[in-house]
Ligand binder design. Sequence first.
Ligand code: FDP
Length: 346
Amino acid sequence: MKTKYYKPSDSSIAYSVGTTLDRFIKIKQDEFSFASGELSQILRDIALAAKIVNRETNRAGLANIGGAFGQTNVQGEEQQKLDVIANIRFTRALTKGGEVCAVVSEEDDEVIDLQNGSGKYVVAIDPLDGSSNIDVNISIGTIFSIYRRATPIGSPIQPEDIMQPGCQQVAAGYVLYGSSTMLVYTTGHGVNGFTYEPSLGEFFLSHPNMCAPKDGDIYSINEGTSNLFEPGLKKYIELCKERQFSARYIGSLVADFHRNLLKGGIYIYPATSKSPKGKLRLLYEANALAFIAEQAGGMATDGYGRILDIKPTSLHQRTPLFIGSPNMVVEAENYLKAFQERVVEK
Ligand code: FDP
């Protein structure tokens, strides 16, 4: 039999289309000390569900899947039809993949036990974040955290499998359904971003080794409740204005976070006198983004301490969030603490 070596063609038709998410995951699989392909499979499952949610999101205006579902979730928030669709899609993908034993979702009151005796992983997910933006065609997202279960594989799910601090995450990521759809994830070895190519149905590596600028000039906060902010935060916002920073707030955490990660800035969802724990959820919103922020050289705190060190005490626990460029997060935190001290000293 005659053979010949493969020689890439010089023709433009043979130009590389780039690195697919699948190939990238495979290449990087060896970075996990406990590499076995299972974590890679979960990332692929999430990517598949993201493609489906992307498709549904894109035709929301046509397919009668916009608007309210007619029920409220455990947070007391009105569920949108797409919230429900996304929840079903991600849960289904994680169930079929076979690597996950339990899922915590914003849309479900309780932990979903997948009855999977061989599942080593627990996933916490906000299937569709920023859902109040669906009907007005503004960017929305998916946020996910992956943990290894703490108790032996095959045994019943225990609270300690679920209530792990964010520093125990083995991977985390988000999908941004924006002017293009992106999947960004970390496994604790830097952060990489992939852009969806709809005609090929693939995510391609577009943002390798993402790094948060040390400083920035964008602040993202809903100032509508500023009269309820802590005094230190009011001062910090004044400082942002004195420095003529840009105020940018979409009201979709993933989109606001993503912009500031690329451009440099701080996203704040603070405690207020009305909501001392803020609004965002620790397990499936703050932790994932905090892990990504830190891996990209950024920072995430609740205003007084590191998000990833918080030991969860309840499933749908809320936390204030200050996240983004490290110099900005430190400065905001210093304002909060300094002012609090002054108040205590009086
Ligand atoms: P939403 O309620 O629309 O899902 O996750 C909660 C969240 O959106 C974030 O995505 C967003 O940053 C924030 O709430 C917006 O809250 P406000 O309307 O209070 O600013």
